[in-house]
Design a protein around this ligand. Structure first.
Ligand code: FAD
Length: 467
């Protein structure tokens, strides 16, 4: 029997436009698809709780598709290098095909895989991005640190290849023992907190394709007008499908030619990966070194109030509760809650990054780290440190009728629009009529907004003086 190749899938859980799958098929050999759940590699960013829920359903869907095509998915759990080497030995595979890893810890782990399977070769193909992060360079040959010229350079780089259809069948190899997906315990049991996730999402490639079709048909032409309004269904909600590679960026790119503004966002995703590729400490340390001296506060009660959506600031609480219930938060509100944590509460951005990592279904190392650093002001192309979002004004501007706040903070539902973003400003009688007692039915603000802003500005100004 012809010796097989392994198709090692990690964050490209799809059959459509999957260059690693294409490369494996091009060998003409039997293909054995494998997925390894790695919670053990030192320094690995193992998936958080919400991502594990997603992953379970995504693997179940992919497994069913692969059985239909003739090559069942093999599941293994353990360190990437041990498990891939074991599979090579068990199957007699002559090559391993994989997607190019973009996370620093994964790049290091793949190097250990290369050593572990030698002389068998690991062949990586870019599956996650439109371009390899080394392909886009300034004229001086350096990486980009600012989005606008990066985006311009990608657009000038030449046409983006058309997506390739899924294969009609995959020649499978001899049967290989696989873990049982259920035995991995990726789904929450006691308590089962995933009810809101089940209502909100259909993980897997079919769900991704359906979401893309629906968005292109019904949302793309309104995207520019509605993308900043969290009370509307104005954005694509493709992010969790992107995070696990259930949809290809080339397919999304070619489906969205009618809206350059939307394509810009896809390029922000590329830019975050570019930043992480060239700055491997991005998830852990501020890119601007002076920020290491920031006098962050230690405020466990404030952190907990933020995590639970109990800060007393309606738009912040609505966002944090949307995150908790659905595993996702609107981008505008992500910026507001992040600014509130880092500036009004003066808590380190890494705490927010870690909470998002655990609770987002779209948790992505590059986008999460780059975005937190952007909001904190410590990133390459960051918001200026003195930009402190006023969450009340942001709420009034982007959720003018309070629809978003009322949906996720129902205890405020009966307040008039004029005060729904600042219940403490409402006359006592109005609050009473709406059934609200501050500090009892809804918290009083954990920080007085003007005082919190001043405290942050003073700290940032001191930091700049030192720098
Ligand atoms: C503090 C903070 C943390 C974030 N963490 C993550 C994360 O872990 N994972 C993640 O996917 N996104 C993250 N984002 C970026 C952004 O909020 C989400 O990508 C977006 O809300 C996803 O919704 P959508 O798919 O409907 O976006 P759309 O508006 O429909 O955009 C389409 C796609 O473009 C990309 N995109 C959109 N906005 C951004 C952005 N600001 N930066 C980079 N790429 C973008 C996403 O891949 C998105 O799916 C974060 C933003 C902030 C402010």
């Amino acid at each position: 029997m012809t010796a097989p190749v392994l198709l090692w899938l990690r964050r490209e859980l799809r059959l459509t436009d999957n260059p690693a799958l294409r490369a494996a098929l091009a060998t003409g050999r039997p293909v054995i698809p494998v997925f390894v759940l790695d919670d053990e590699t030192p320094g690995a960013w193992a998936p958080g709780g919400a991502s594990r829920w997603w992953l379970h359903h995504s693997l179940a869907a992919l497994g069913a598709d692969l059985v239909r095509l003739g090559a069942p998915l093999v599941l293994r759990r353990g360190r990437l290098d041990f498990e891939i080497a074991r599979l090579v030995a068990e199957t007699g595979a002559v090559e391993v095909h994989a997607g190019t890893p973009t996370e620093p810890w994964a790049r290091a782990a793949y190097r250990t895989v290369i050593d572990a399977i030698a002389p068998v070769k690991l062949r990586c193909t870019m599956t996650a991005l439109l371009h390899h992060p080394d392909e886009i360079r300034t004229q001086a040959g350096t990486p980009y640190g600012v989005f606008t010229p990066f985006g311009r350079a990608v657009r000038a780089h030449g046409p983006i290849a058309l997506p390739e259809p899924a294969p009609a069948d995959i020649p499978g190899g001899a049967a290989v023992a696989s873990d049982d997906l259920e035995s991995w315990g990726l789904l929450p049991a006691a308590p089962d907190w995933a009810g809101g996730l089940r209502t909100a999402w259909s993980p897997g490639e079919a769900g991704a394709q359906a979401r893309l079709r629906e968005f292109v048909a019904e949302g793309l032409d309104q995207y520019r007008a509605r993308r900043d309004l969290p009370g509307t269904d104005g954005t694509s909600r493709l992010s969790p499908f992107f995070a696990w590679g259930e949809i290809s960026p080339r397919q999304v790119w070619h489906s969205s030619a009618a809206c350059e503004k939307f394509r810009d966002e896809v390029l922000w995703r590329e830019f975050a990966a570019h930043l992480l590729w060239h700055n491997p400490t991005l998830p852990d340390a501020p890119l601007r070194a002076e920020f290491a001296a920031m006098p962050w506060r230690d405020d466990q009660a404030g952190l907990r109030a933020w995590q639970r959506g109990q800060t007393g600031i309606p738009i912040v609480d609505a966002g944090m509760r949307q995150l908790w219930h659905t595993g996702w938060m609107h981008n505008r509100v992500r910026m507001i809650v992040a600014s509130f944590l880092v500036k009004h509460l003066m808590l380190p951005w890494q705490l927010g990054e870690a909470w998002f990592w655990d609770t987002l279904v779209d948790a992505d190392l590059a986008q999460n780290a780059a975005s937190w650093q952007w909001v904190a002001g410590s990133g390459a192309d960051a918001a200026p440190y003195f930009r402190v979002f006023n969450p009340v004004l942001q709420g009034r501007k982007f959720d003018p009728d309070g629809a978003y706040v009322r949906r996720y903070v129902p205890e405020l539902a009966l307040l008039p629009d004029s005060v729904v973003h600042a219940p403490w400003e409402a006359p006592a009688l109005v609050r009473e009529a709406a059934g609200i007692r501050l500090g009892a039915t809804y918290p009083a603000p954990v920080v007085e907004l003007a005082a919190g802003r001043d405290r942050a500005l003073q700290a940032f100004a001191a930091l700049r003086k030192v720098a």
